[in-house]
Design a binder for this molecule. Structure first.
Ligand SMILES: Cc1cc2nc3c(=O)[nH]c(=O)nc-3n(C[C@H](O)[C@H](O)[C@H](O)COP(=O)(O)OP(=O)(O)OC[C@H]3O[C@@H](n4cnc5c(N)ncnc54)[C@H](O)[C@@H]3O)c2cc1C
Length: 327
């Protein structure tokens, strides 16, 4: 019997992970299903899933972990397609210890600042701001992810993006060192930040301005109504599949290419919003990705425009593959 060097290294890394279980306070488990942690509800397991107790626990884990295992951080999977073969290495998921929210003392220029954990849901942050009479964060109420995911994606809606309200963010690098980052350092562009690979946002300070609670509530109510009318918000979806090409709306290009309602297996282009893909119940990640690629092909054919995926696709196509492809 021949045993490859790669397999031996993998065994060694896994043995060290088993030891690490005793050195961290959070939950570290192997072969953990991710489908139920992602909006599409498809995809294979994580080789390892770590849910740290708090920032100190995460720092320790990053310092001690086997460096050869790839690292991926998961929010609530609202912008993610995990492939059917699962994710190689370690998936870090921030839990309750990273979901805190605090109002900071008012600044001289009258702005109000809120410190939020990276696992706080955007909706909860918008509601917290409303309760404290802090306006300008209402747009977050319609985005179903976490603050960490919003920072990484520079999430936005209704003419505002997270970069417009960010004062500073804290992130850990893959070695567990803590960094304080300004919006300028994060190089935000449309649905993109330049956070280096393997870095993990742990908290952020956001700013808003004093506003009447009733006015904030009315704006959030309008956002909820508009969303329910225009998007399949209760479906198994990943939100906007493709970014809007300059000067175009992705959904209009998809529509013009005749793709609204198109299906492959259990995957479907939403009838309600042509830039949303749906898992109608039985879809695999492979079917969803194939459908997205078919839409791209048809849009290129009809308009000459190459749509770019907004949804992050991550993991192995098949469980027998060893390399992780992220795009
Ligand atoms: C119904 C629906 C509507 C949506 N509407 C909008 C919208 O209006 N505007 C918009 O911008 N998006 C929208 N989205 C997409 C999605 O909600 C956002 O991109 C969101 O910010 C993703 O957050 P998440 O926590 O789910 O991240 P995930 O989907 O889990 O991850 C997305 C990316 O962020 C990275 N990431 C997550 N957490 C961290 C962290 N702590 N540190 C570093 N990187 C991290 C992940 O590694 C991954 O690369 C919508 C999605 C759905 C399903």
């Amino acid at each position: 019997m021949t045993v490859s060097l790669a397999a031996l290294k993998q065994d060694d890394a896994n043995a060290r992970m088993a030891v690490l279980k005793e050195q961290v306070r959070g939950r570290l488990r192997s072969q953990v299903a991710l489908a139920n942690r992602c909006w599409f509800q498809v995809g294979g397991p994580a080789d390892w899933l770590f849910i740290p107790e708090d920032a100190e626990d995460l720092e320790r884990f990053l310092q001690l972990r086997p460096r050869e295992l790839p690292l991926f951080v998961l929010g609530v999977g609202s912008n993610l397609l995990v492939r059917d073969g699962g994710i190689e290495g370690v998936v870090v998921r921030l839990g309750r210890g990273f979901a805190g929210m605090d109002v900071l003392p008012s600044t001289n220029d009258g702005q109000r600042h809120i410190k939020v954990g990276a696992a706080a849901l955007d909706l909860n942050v918008a509601q917290f701001a409303r309760e404290h009479g802090i306006g300008g964060l209402e747009f977050l109420s319609g985005i179903p992810g976490t603050i960490g995911g919003a920072l990484f994606m520079n999430a936005g809606a209704y003419g505002r993006e997270i970069k417009d309200v960010l004062v500073e963010a804290i992130a850990l690098d893959p070695q567990g060192q803590r960094h304080r980052l300004t919006p300028e350092q994060l190089g935000f562009t449309y649905r993109h930040s330049s956070l280096p690979e393997g870095w993990i946002f742990t908290e952020a300070v956001l700013q808003g301005e004093p506003a009447a609670v009733d006015d904030i509530a009315a704006r959030m109510h309008k956002i909820a109504e508009d969303r329910a009318a225009a998007q399949p918000i209760k479906a198994r979806t990943g939100g906007s599949t493709f970014t809007n090409p300059p000067g175009h709306k992705a959904w209009q290009l998809v529509d013009a290419a005749g793709c609204r309602g198109l299906t492959i297996g259990g995957a479907q282009v939403s009838e309600k919003h042509a830039n949303f893909l749906l898992n109608t119940g039985t879809a695999t990640a492979a079917e969803l990705e194939a459908l997205g690629e078919e839409v791209r092909r048809r849009v290129k054919e009809t308009s000459g425009i190459e749509l770019q995926w907004e949804i992050k696709r991550i993991g192995r196509v098949h469980s027998s593959e060893l390399s992780v492809q992220e795009s």
